[in-house]
Design a protein around this ligand. Structure first.
Ligand code: HDE
Length: 692
């Protein structure tokens, strides 16, 4: 850590610098001298400040924290972090979007990366997952195709951070294994309210290995203590303009305010003997195990309690490797995971420039490292001695091999008796049952959002044959879904999928092979998949906008503020101008934002205290009416006291008095309960006509 407080400026070689503002010239108006090594060093360093951004997951936000275990899992694993309940294992987490560039908006409709680096005493374990429990493809071989299809189209580099374009749906409609992750992408999971309010999943099936060498299959889940919540697509689009750093800022602010984000870690554990018990293959990363079939055992908690000191040094340079594991955890033959075990190390070489990237502080393991790997760009250690090979006598045989009984890593001995073959397992064939299960498990409002998302995304495609292929495929998932999307697109659902191209190009899209029309129903619904069943009992960290101007009622304001802050919500006063406003008792109140610099989509709920003069001033600025209309349209909880009701009277929602989440002159408790519910979707149809 470099701390420059109280220190003199130096060059990179340690020379004290007296002037960092002026270059060395031939007279004050003359040419600059090549001799000016201070200028040259400064510009040279600047010229090389950037490193290549990540091929995918370029846009990310990170934080430090720790993981604590509730009870020993020695029955299943010998991993220290899962057996020693006295440990506080340090972690660094990086959340990301997938498709956009480093500077793209946080609110893109996209999968979110959820990568956790555990700095354990036995070495680093990276759980590099996403906020959705399944992936788009089954085999690593297809990853470049998937990414090339979703990234901006190569001829004109459009669109940025968006899946709504022809090449993505061209690929998806020809690759039916993508349909499960694809429907999750259309759901609200793809537009989280906050990084702190989304689940995380390891996706692949891994193995836990205990002291006796016994293995169990395992899937990893992160469950946010605040629940899983999302914004609407209309908000996402507007937030992208109002504050494209919305998620990054929210994570940073919550940690700075001491409201530490938390997730519980859950495990789905499957005995080896049950490997072939299910209607899907545990090695297929496009399938989840419904929680109703194998419950999620909650085993510990992760808390993020420290922001990075420096974005580049930590969040940008952190290098996650799915092959970073510790004794007690092992891989399976999931063909996507197998590819990942190669690819991440490879990408770090071009991104960070050297095999020594593990020496960068954020990537450094806890235990000291000793081996015979040497040299390379930016070697920052000074290995001592004559030998850099094994075995040796000249170095006393060191570093010597660790005994298995003393923590040496041993790969799980899996019996393999097979032909070498380039093919996909028959057990991976079913591409439709689980997207259908997902859709069936959603509430009506979630289903509506999925319909709207498909209509938007396919509406952005310019090739009708792609739209029609998609419609036909969606029809195999759910007929009502396809009907409604087709209506919005103004297209008919074709009787059959258009085939000639597929057959000519040999795409793996002989749809019949993937069981359309005869989906398996091994579970009617999986309630755990719906956000309708998440946590709705807290308003902690929720941002409440208070609309006020000079003359606002101090009594109303104080009572509400106190009640909200008691529940750990964040109260933000928004006024017609910056600086301060004065209440009806003549006391000054600092404002948090002027209406010029903020938007309703950045808040979870709205409160309008009374005060005739205040309300008159608010009604004089059209943007306050836009603010309230948008909050109504986005189904948020609203409370008003006294004259504050005039803002509601002047809104486009005539029926506000009958609304279950709009409160006039009521005690704060009802408002607080309504905020905890996140949104009031039964309002959505009634406010469709509000023109904002
Ligand atoms: Fe990644 N992935 N991925 N991925 N991935 C990268 O590695 C890749 C996959 C995931 O915050 C890259 O260091 C291939 C699944 C996350 O730094 C790259 C395949 C899952 C992150 C790469 C996959 C993920 C990455 C880009 C198919 C969910 C961000 C920079 C075999 C379980 C980590 C980097 C961070 C990053 C390749 C599949 C999640 C290019 C080839 C499945 C969260 O190497």
């Amino acid at each position: 850590m470099v701390e420059s407080a109280g220190e003199e400026l130096t060059s990179r070689q340690g020379l004290k610098i007296n002037d960092t503002n002026n270059s060395l010239k031939t007279g004050v108006r003359g040419a600059t001298l090549l001799e000016d090594f201070i200028l040259r060093e400064k510009l040279h360093s600047f010229d090389h400040e950037r490193i290549p951004e990540r091929i995918v997951h370029a846009r990310g936000s990170g934080a430090h924290g720790y993981f604590e275990l509730y009870e020993s899992l020695a029955e299943y694993t010998k991993a220290g972090l899962f057996t020693d309940t006295s440990r506080k294992t340090p972690v660094f987490v990086r959340f990301s979007t997938v498709a956009g560039s480093k500077g793209s908006t946080d609110l893109a409709r996209d999968v979110r990366g959820f990568a956790v680096k555990f700095y354990t005493d036995e070495g680093t374990w990276d759980l590099v997952g996403n906020n959705m429990p399944i992936f788009f493809i089954q085999d690593a071989m297809k990853f470049p195709d998937l990414v090339h299809s979703v990234k901006p189209e190569p001829h004109r580099e459009i669109p940025q951070a968006a899946s709504a374009h022809d090449t993505f749906y061209d690929f998806v409609s020809l690759t039916t294994e993508t349909l499960h992750n694809q429907i999750w992408l259309m759901s609200d999971r793809a537009i989280p309210r906050s990084l702190r309010m989304m689940e995380g999943f390891g996706i692949h099936t891994f193995r836990l290995i205990n002291e006796e060498g016994q293995a169990h299959f395992v899937k990893f889940h992160w469950k946010p203590t605040l629940g899983v919540h999302s914004v609407t697509w209309d908000e996402a689009v507007k937030i992208s303009g109002a504050d494209s750093d919305f998620h990054r800022r929210d994570l940073w602010d919550a940690i700075e305010a001491g409201q530490y984000p938390e997730w519980e870690l859950g495990l789905q554990i499957v005995p080896e003997a049950d490997e072939h018990k299910y209607d899907f293959d545990l090695l297929d990363p496009t399938k989840l195990i419904p929680e109703e079939m194998v419950p999620v055992k909650i085993v510990g908690k992760m808390t993020l309690n420290k922001n990075p000191e420096n974005f580049f040094a930590e969040t940008e340079q952190v290098a996650f490797l799915p092959d970073n594991i510790v004794p007690g955890i092992d891989f399976t033959n999931d063909p996507l995971l197998q590819g990942r075990l190669f690819t991440y190390r490879d990408t770090q070489l071009s991104r960070l420039g050297s095999p020594n990237f593990h020496q960068i502080p954020i990537n450094k393991p806890v235990p000291p490292t000793y081996n015979n790997q040497r040299d390379g760009h930016m070697q920052t250690e000074i290995p001592k001695g004559q030998t850099a090979y094994f075995p040796n006598t000249l170095g006393g045989g060191c570093p010597y091999q660790a005994k298995l009984s003393e923590g040496g890593f041993e790969a799980y001995e899996e019996r393999i008796d097979a032909k070498k073959i380039r093919a996909r397992s028959e057990s991976f064939r079913d591409h439709f049952s689980q997207p259908a299960l997902f859709y069936r498990s959603l509430t009506d409002w979630e289903k509506n959002h999925v319909i709207e998302a498909y209509a938007f995304e396919l509406g952005k495609c310019t090739h009708q044959h792609i739209q029609k292929r998609m419609l036909w495929l969606i029809d195999q998932i759910d007929e009502n879904l396809s009907k409604q999307v087709a209506q919005k697109l103004g297209l008919d659902i074709p009787d059959d999928i258009e085939r000639p191209i597929n057959q000519a190009i040999g795409a793996d899209s002989n749809v019949e092979d993937h069981q359309p029309g005869k989906k398996k129903i091994y579970l009617d619904e999986s309630p755990a998949l719906s956000q309708g069943n998440t946590v709705f009992n807290t308003i902690a960290t929720r941002q409440i906008a208070v609309l006020a101007a000079d003359g606002f009622s101090r009594e109303d304001f104080n009572a509400m503020k106190e009640a909200l802050e008691e529940e750990n919500a964040v109260v933000r006063v928004i006024a017609p101008h910056g600086g301060q406003i004065q209440c009806d008792e003549g006391v000054n109140q600092e404002i948090d934002a002027s209406i010029m610099t903020t938007e309703s989509v950045l808040y979870d709920a709205v409160y309008i205290p009374g005060g005739a003069a205040s309300i008159e001033a608010l009604l004089n600025k059209a943007k306050f009416l836009k603010f309230i209309n948008e909050a109504i349209k986005h189904c948020k909880a609203i409370a008003a006291d006294g004259a504050g009701e005039q803002l509601l009277e002047n809104s486009h929602f005539n029926n506000y008095k009958a609304d279950g989440a709009i409160f006039v002159n009521e005690k704060p408790q009802a408002f607080i309960k309504a905020i905890a519910k996140h949104r009031h979707w039964d309002r959505s149809e009634k406010v469709e006509g509000i023109p904002v």
